[in-house]
Design a protein around this ligand. Structure first.
Ligand code: RTP
Length: 132
């Protein structure tokens, strides 16, 4: 069974969206196999986003992701990575379709409430980084 890593970011956690987000994944048919609330260190956040370290918004992104608790999850299901990203919606909430999580709950790309792995390699790397 395929699995993917999903994280409710500090804005989603602070807004009390964890329960609704978990419900959407369950309603879609995913199975939750592990989950925890964490407050990331800078080092952890920089490792998670190391592929974006050259981007002009990298510093802001790290500041944001360590600004409060996050909710890290492992979800299992058919084509987990692709199906989870479809449920999450486009990176920029302005482009995310209504009915997707970002389309329904977010306005701004810098605070788009949720992360989902974008490939098998990143899913395995992120699961290892957050759960081992
Ligand atoms: P994520 O990793 O969080 O699921 O997002 P993603 O794959 O959809 O997008 P990615 O390109 O990996 O970007 C990671 C996060 O960086 C923030 N971002 N800010 N200020 C900006 O222009 C900007 N662009 C991207 C977003 O929060 C994005 O989710």
């Amino acid at each position: 069974m395929d699995r993917t890593f999903v994280m409710v970011k500090p804005d989603g956690y602070a807004r009390g969206l964890v329960g609704r987000i978990v419900a959407r994944f369950e309603e879609k048919g995913f199975k939750l196999t592990d989950a925890k609330v964490m407050h990331l260190s800078r080092e952890h956040a920089e490792r998670h986003y190391e592929h974006l370290s050259a981007k002009p918004f990298f510093g802001e992104l790290v500041d944001f992701i360590v600004s409060g608790p996050v909710f890290a999850m492992i979800w299992e299901g058919k084509d987990a990575i692709k199906n989870a990203r479809a449920l999450i919606g486009a990176t920029n909430p302005s482009e995310a379709l209504v009915g997707t999580i970002r389309g329904d709950y977010a306005l701004d790309v810098a605070s788009n409430i949720i992360h989902g792995s974008d490939s098998e390699e990143s899913a395995e790397r992120e699961i290892k980084l957050f759960f081992h």
